[in-house]
Design a protein around this ligand. Structure first.
Ligand code: VG1
Ligand code: CO
Length: 542
């Protein structure tokens, strides 16, 4: 039976870099989740009978919200919902299902790399019919709607059994619980040369994959162990847990420290990788060689033609603004365009849909291509494996060869987490106010060449997105970028991105920390990080 529940607006339901992300307790407040979902459905106005894809990264509260979403979706006129068994779907798998089934959109319940559990975070992402994250126009409209909503629609129906494959009926909507892995694994098999990778594995190539007790476990076990023949146990932490075993499923050197130590040890396998909570990001570490995500993007782009899906070459590359310019040099060498977008995958969507680019990437370990409209952790791992199997080369040697040809962009990101929002805002305001005085200023050995606040004009739809971070560029191509995170749930996070370019004939074999000393000092002098935040060093360096 259909029901209309009277409600009043709830403050602060504004989606950030990737969806609405808050503490679990916030989503548990009466009407909080229903208000947001109804605001969304009011904006997207599904055609009657439309298909909706539903899944999540398996974190605490996922199952509860999926049942709520099923009832609301049915009451709002959807005709069909496809749900990953166990309520699981990785973000790239959801993107693929939306495209494959011609769905009008998809709901992905995830707070990605943020911690899970009753005291952790939860999140709602909505992806549109192209499979990509809702563009700003949609998320802004949902936010506006959330400020005026006065009712939500639901119906009385028993919970759907999420653990049994099969079809059931909820009101006028058909619900199909499907295997979350098969379609995605089949897609990967079409893109990559599985035979070449299988051959390398048979000849002794080894790897270790850390699924971080999040959603990629089942995907990685099926693809790496079952289909490619890597030994059982290659995938560690492969069972999705509601609290990710108490860890942050963030594939960086801090949270994937066990994998990092293994890869630097004398027992290191040939290749190491990890993924984040919802499976859209990746960490790549070769034996005794960490590859920065910005370098990974450049190296994948330079070698992508070795994979069947990209054998005819790339149309173009896109990178987020804070991502290093390593990919730009590859684009230049290949004679293809390179686009610079704001942080967040949604900005790549128009470029991919228009066929302007084939590969995209972010410094935060997100890489992907036009096969879906999301970044894709396992895709990056498989493209690396395909390249290594074809070239018969180690990660370390591939990196050295690359730098010897293109030069090296030494790179690090410093995160200052959980700082007071007012202090973070004051720091950014002061920076913006002082931009025009920066060019020509000398800071130790560095001289500022240019400084601006990054504003993006989308070349396809013409939309303009201002204030996407402050860029300070030094003579010689080194750079510091400052921006505030849009995915945190407590206070503010300041991200400082440091990049130093060394040409091919320069110093290619140095420690990153050594190479960035002057830039770190310059960043402090420019922004007064300690004066504003009281912090003398970052919480996380990646
Ligand atoms: C971070 C990353 C950004 C990424 C975003 C979502 O955003 O920096 O590159 O797109 O997370 O990734 P922010 O605003 O905190 O810097 V995920 O894996 O959470 O979907
Ligand atoms: Co993610």
């Amino acid at each position: 039976m259909l029901r209309t529940i009277t409600t009043t607006p709830i403050e602060g339901q504004r989606p950030g870099t990737s969806g609405l992300r808050k503490k679990v307790a916030t989503f548990q407040k009466p009407s909080y989740t229903e208000n947001f979902l109804q605001s969304l459905f009011d904006v997207v106005q599904p055609d009657s009978g439309a298909t909706l894809i539903i899944g999540g990264d398996g974190r605490f509260y996922n199952r509860t919200v999926i049942q709520q979403a099923i009832r609301l979706a049915s009451a709002n006129g959807y005709g069909r919902a496809l749900i990953g068994r166990g309520g699981l779907l990785s973000t790239p798998a959801a993107s693929h299902l939306i495209r494959k089934h011609g769905a009008s959109g998809g709901l992905i319940f995830s707070a990605s790399h943020n911690p899970g559990g009753p005291n952790g975070d939860f999140g709602i992402k909505y992806n549109t019919a192209n499979g990509g994250p809702a563009p700003e126009a949609v998320t802004e409209a949902v936010y506006k709607r959330s400020l005026e909503i006065d009712r939500w629609l639901t119906l009385e129906a028993p919970d759907v059994d999420l653990d049994a494959l099969g079809t059931s009926q909820v009101g006028g909507m058909t619900v199909e619980v499907i295997d979350p892995v098969t379609d995605y694994a089949d897609l990967m098999e079409q893109l990559f040369d599985f035979a070449a990778i299988q051959k390398a594995v048979a000849e002794g190539f080894t790897m270790s994959f850390d699924a971080m007790s999040a959603v990629t476990g089942p995907y990685a076990i099926e693809i790496l162990e079952n289909r490619l023949g890597f030994a059982k146990g290659t995938v560690r932490n492969g069972t999705p847990l509601e609290d990710f075993g108490g860890h942050h499923p963030d594939p960086n050197l801090v949270h994937a420290d066990e994998l990092y130590r293994l890869m630097m040890s004398s027992n290191a396998p040939d290749f190491g990788a990890a993924s984040d909570g919802d499976g859209d990001r990746n960490l790549i570490i070769g034996r005794h060689r960490f590859v920065t995500p910005s370098d990974s993007l450049a190296m994948l782009a330079a070698n992508a033609h070795l994979a069947p899906a990209y054998k005819d070459g790339l149309k173009g590359i896109a990178r987020s603004m804070p991502t290093s310019a390593a990919a730009d040099r590859v684009a230049e060498a290949l004679g293809i365009p390179c686009y610079e977008t704001p942080t967040g995958w949604k900005f790549f969507g128009t470029l991919l849909d228009a066929g302007l680019v084939t590969i995209c990437g972010e410094e935060s370990a997100g890489t992907g291509s036009d096969h879906v409209r999301e970044k894709d952790g396992l895709w990056a791992v498989l493209l690396w494996l395909n390249i290594l199997a074809k070239r018969r080369i180690s990660v370390d040697q591939l990196a050295r060869d690359h730098w010897a040809e293109c030069g090296r962009n030494y790179y690090a990101r410093h995160d200052y987490e959980g700082i007071e929002s007012a202090a973070a805002d004051a720091l950014m305001a002061e920076l913006m106010g002082g931009l025009s005085a920066l060019p020509g200023r000398s800071l130790g050995v560095l001289t500022v060449e240019a400084a601006d606040s990054f504003s993006y004009s989308d070349p396809v739809d013409g939309s303009v997105t201002p204030n996407q971070g402050v860029r300070v560029i030094f003579e010689g191509g080194s750079r510091v970028v400052f921006r505030l995170s849009g995915t945190g749930t407590a206070g503010a996070t300041l991200r400082v991105y440091l990049e130093r370019y060394e040409p091919a004939e320069g110093r290619l074999d140095e420690e990153t920390s050594t190479m960035l000393i002057e830039l770190i000092e310059a960043a402090e002098a420019i922004a007064g990080i300690e004066r504003h935040t009281g912090r003398s060093s970052p919480d996380v360096t990646t």
